[in-house]
Write a protein that binds this ligand. Structure first.
Ligand code: G1P
Ligand code: ZN
Length: 541
């Protein structure tokens, strides 16, 4: 018998209500830390005895070691089978797909998403349910509660499996099936999009640049864009997943994907540019000289999804997170379909998709996806854009101009103030909450407040409520700002200020210019500079 029970002290667990645990890599490498959390996770989901689990991650530092620990613990906790991506690799959407299509009992995904990787950077772990989506709050709360009472974990102590060899092998009494991380996902994409039309467009001279940012989507991008769709080798840049992402910050936004932005804004820009994040669930879309904001991307996809074979019957409905712009709302109205507003975070979309209410979801934070999996999906969004371009024959700038002409334009921007001292950020938020009652009727320059509240959500499917999800201040005429604190940062607090303004006259302004009066009003109301000494955001998207 080589299973061991190790008795340890409880860990400093995850924040209640978050879908997993994200910490500095060295914290995860500390004695018994990962083990304790994995045991709490297994217990929190009702045990894993007899179950089949998918395991894989985005390839960041510690991914392979942690995968071996999880497999050894799954064995000792009685799991029947593990399906693991070769070399412990799986993009988050590919893991979601395997969890669903292989009829498993869920899976463990190792990633800190778009956060940098490396021994001195971030690591993360989360549990996804049999529907392929992140564990809901009831489950994450159970996991959190278990981290506080746990006093032992179980681990198999035999030799680890060779994760580079495809096929089925044994780890103690548990079967381990090592699968190609890419192929099932490519099949799924082929079933949704018109690969022939996209290949024809590429053969006709459409040049593509896909920046995988040294993270997980390199192999997926190469298999799909270069091998299946015929784009030339080298279309995918930074295409090899590296433990430290080659020092890149794999967050696909104009700040961090600056190499792609420079190319797309330059004279020799290809017809289409895109990037994805550490674990492959985020995306950024850029045309030549034309950055597409994620809120606009969601709206364009909603208006055109029926052009892709997987969505030819139309969309059931759409959903967006509250801070995401209302651009998609007007598309939904024109299409006569429902549009749901949810708190920030992908997990709220799962219930709506499982209940058949929506087929398309998106967030302003570079997340877009559909009910093909239960995670957002970067490569999916990129293929959707290529399918729309191939079918309409329109370029990215043309699609945007046509969209704004038809539906109006929501100028949009998010300003992030990072690593603020937590007590200052908390004081700012409570000061703001205290003012909300008095704001309606007040004017700030040309803007008059018509509504101000702290957003609360009632889930229409399970009746659960989520409160204090972000302060919104709405002005007459379709402008607003939203303020909330990030739930995913690992050092201090990150303040996010979301700014939006509707334009129905096609003014064609720079977004920061168009939003100048909303930005000024937000500063007057919130007092960011007074509370934090910050006079400019760290990241503007
Ligand atoms: C951020 C984004 C949010 C996204 C989450 C996970 O969360 O704002 O939209 O769902 O990352 O990718 P935040 O740090 O704002 O809590
Ligand atoms: Zn991600």
């Amino acid at each position: 018998m080589t299973r061991t029970t190790i008795t340890t002290a409880p860990i400093a667990g995850q924040k209640p209500g978050t879908s997993g645990l994200r910490k500095k890599t060295r914290v995860f490498m500390g004695a018994h830390y990962l083990e304790n959390f994995v045991q709490a996770m297994f217990d929190g989901v009702g045990g894993v005895a007899g179950k089949t689990l998918v395991v894989g991650g985005d390839g960041r530092f510690h991914n392979d070691t942690a995968t071996q620990t999880i497999l050894a613990m799954a064995e000792a906790n009685g799991a029947a089978r593990a399906i693991v991506g070769q070399n412990a690799l799986l993009s988050t959407p590919a893991a979601s797909n395997l969890i669903r299509t292989r009829g498993t009992d869920g899976g463990v995904i190792l990633s800190a998403s778009h956060n940098p990787g490396g021994i001195d950077e971030d690591f993360g772990i989360k549990f996804n349910m049999p529907n392929g989506g992140p564990a809901p709050e009831a489950v994450t709360n159970a996991i959190h509660a278990r981290t506080e009472t746990l006093d032992a974990y179980y681990i198999w102590q035999g030799a680890p499996v060779d994760l580079s060899q495809l096929g089925t092998t044994q780890l103690g009494a548990m079967e381990v099936e090592i699968v190609d991380p890419v192929s099932a996902y490519v099949d799924l994409m082929r079933s949704l999009f018109d690969f022939d039309a996209i290949a024809k467009m590429i053969a006709g001279g459409m040049q593509i640049r896909f920046d995988a940012m040294c993270a997980i989507t390199g192999p997926y991008g190469r298999a799909i864009l270069e091998d299946a769709l015929g784009a030339p080798k080298g279309t995918v840049t930074h295409g090899t997943p590296l433990p430290d992402f080659g020092g890149m910050h794999p967050d696909p936004n104009p700040t961090w994907a600056h190499e792609l932005m420079a190319e797309m804004m330059g004279d020799a820009a290809p017809g289409f540019g895109a990037a994805s994040d550490g674990d492959g669930d985020r995306n950024m879309i850029v045309g030549p000289g034309c950055y597409v904001s994620p809120s606009d991307s969601l709206a364009v996809i909603a208006a055109n999804a029926h052009l892709a074979p997987g969505y030819s019957g139309g969309l059931k409905g759409v959903a967006r997170s509250m801070p995401t712009s209302a651009a998609v709302d007007r598309v939904a109205e024109a299409l006569g379909i429902d549009c749901y507003e949810t708190p920030t975070g992908w997990k709220f979309f799962g219930n709506l998709m499982d209940d058949g209410r929506v087929s398309l979801c998106g967030e302003e934070s570079f997340g877009t996806g559909s009910d093909h999996v239960r995670e957002k999906d970067g490569v999916w969004a990129i293929l959707m854009w290529l399918n729309i371009m191939a079918t309409t024959g329109k370029s990215v700038p043309q699609l945007m101009q046509d969209h704004w002409a038809r539906f109006g334009r929501n100028y949009y921007s998010r300003h992030d103030f990072e690593a603020i001292e937590t007590d200052k950020a908390d004081a700012l938020m409570s000061g703001l909450r205290g003012k909300l009652h008095d704001l309606p009727g007040q004017t700030f320059g040309p803007l008059t407040v018509i509504d101000a509240d702290d957003y609360a959500y009632l889930d229409p499917v399970d009746g659960s409520t989520s409160e204090r999800q972000g302060v919104r201040v709405v002005f007459e005429g379709g402008a607003r700002f939203v303020v909330r604190l990030s739930g995913t940062g690992t050092s201090g607090a990150t303040l996010r200020l979301y700014l939006e303004k509707l334009d129905t006259e096609q003014l064609n302004l720079d977004p920061q210019e168009a939003l100048a009066d909303v930005i000024a009003a937000a500063e007057t109301v919130i007092g960011i500079a007074a509370h934090t000494d910050r006079t400019a955001p760290d990241v503007i998207t």
